[in-house]
Design a binder for this molecule. Structure first.
Ligand SMILES: NC(=O)c1ccc[n+]([C@@H]2O[C@H](COP(=O)([O-])OP(=O)(O)OC[C@H]3O[C@@H](n4cnc5c(N)ncnc54)[C@H](OP(=O)(O)O)[C@@H]3O)[C@@H](O)[C@H]2O)c1
Length: 282
């Protein structure tokens, strides 16, 4: 049995679906703050909080593998070491951790680098067979534009012509689904990016193409973007986020071959994510 934490999120939801479709026995875990989302047939949803490792004990008891992540943000406080101790006690043998490319590209940043680096260390020290997934920015971050596209057919964002190789969460999920059962992934870390650099202006165009209506792009200044980000994230996180979006490092611009190597097909471009998720923008 495979336990998937973060099971109602951008990655967890398609991961649960992929594992269930492959015939795996799956337990889906979240705190239930989005309601107890509908799960595929045969998948049990259990409420537990990663910040309270003991709440996972009944869920992890008897499991073989654990897919570990949360939504980031304030919940990043959870202790991976405590969760992994509970997992081991329950008989779990393998763990797949969703980390971030920021561990490599922004090692000095607490939010983008250090918290997840500590989580990776806990996984390495756990004695479990481990695999680490390090995605770049997600295509699904574009949900932040959904309301302005719905109401004004407008995307307002900074750094309109700076491209990044954002990754489709469904591709991350497909990799994660392949890893626990697959041989040769133990002790490996994979970098997961999209197939090409895509700019916010191009992404707005792709949403417009999927809608069948033009979407206007309005360039925000870095200061306007900072003020907006500060409404829902601490200053240090906003500063690093803007640095990634505006002045990405060479490592953040690198297009990784790992998705194609692991799945035997190219990573999906942003336009494909927009087409599949266009209902949120209508
Ligand atoms: N977005 C990016 O660009 C990016 C880039 C690199 C890495 N990442 C990493 O990707 C992860 C985010 O993935 P995502 O987009 O799939 O997240 P998401 O859509 O925000 O979903 C988060 C999931 O985790 C659950 N969750 C959150 N806190 C929890 C807790 N304390 N205990 C149990 N479950 C909890 C949520 O459900 P409940 O709220 O109901 O518990 C939900 O199921 C983060 O770890 C982040 O560091 C993101």
């Amino acid at each position: 049995m495979i336990v998937v934490t973060g099971a109602t999120g951008n990655v967890g939801r398609p991961l649960v679906q992929a594992l269930a479709a492959a015939g795996e026995q799956v337990t889906a875990v979240s705190r239930g703050s989005r309601g107890d989302a509908a799960m595929p047939e045969g998948v049990r949803h259990r409420r537990a909080d990663l910040n309270d490792a003991e709440s996972l004990r009944p869920v992890l008891d008897g499991a073989d593998a654990l897919f570990l992540h949360d939504g980031g943000g304030a919940a990043q406080a959870f202790s991976a070491a405590e969760v992994l101790d509970v997992a081991k006690a329950g008989g779990v043998g393998r763990v797949v951790l969703l980390s971030s490319i920021g561990v490599l590209t922004r090692p000095e940043s607490v939010s983008h680098g250090q918290v997840l680096r500590a989580r990776e260390e806990a996984v390495r020290q756990s004695g479990l067979e481990w695999t680490i997934l390090r995605p770049g920015g997600f295509d699904s971050n574009a949900y932040a534009w959904a309301e302005s596209v719905r109401t004004q057919r407008t995307v307002a964002a900074p750094f309109g012509d700076v491209g990044l190789p954002t990754v489709d969460p469904d591709d991350i999920a497909e990799v994660a689904a392949a890893v626990p059962g697959g041989k040769g992934h133990g002790g490996r870390a994979y970098e997961l990016t999209g197939p090409a650099l895509s700019t916010p202006r191009q992404n707005a165009e792709a949403i417009g193409a999927a809608l069948g209506e033009p979407v206007r792009f309005v360039e925000r200044t870095a200061e306007q973007a900072r003020e907006q980000l500060l409404q829902f994230m601490p200053e240090a996180v906003a500063v690093t986020t803007l640095a990634v979006l505006g002045t990405p490092t060479a490592a953040e611009l690198r297009i990784s071959p790992d998705i194609e190597l692991l799945l035997g097909r190219p990573a999906r471009p942003f336009a494909a994510w927009a087409e599949r998720n266009i209902a949120a923008f209508r």
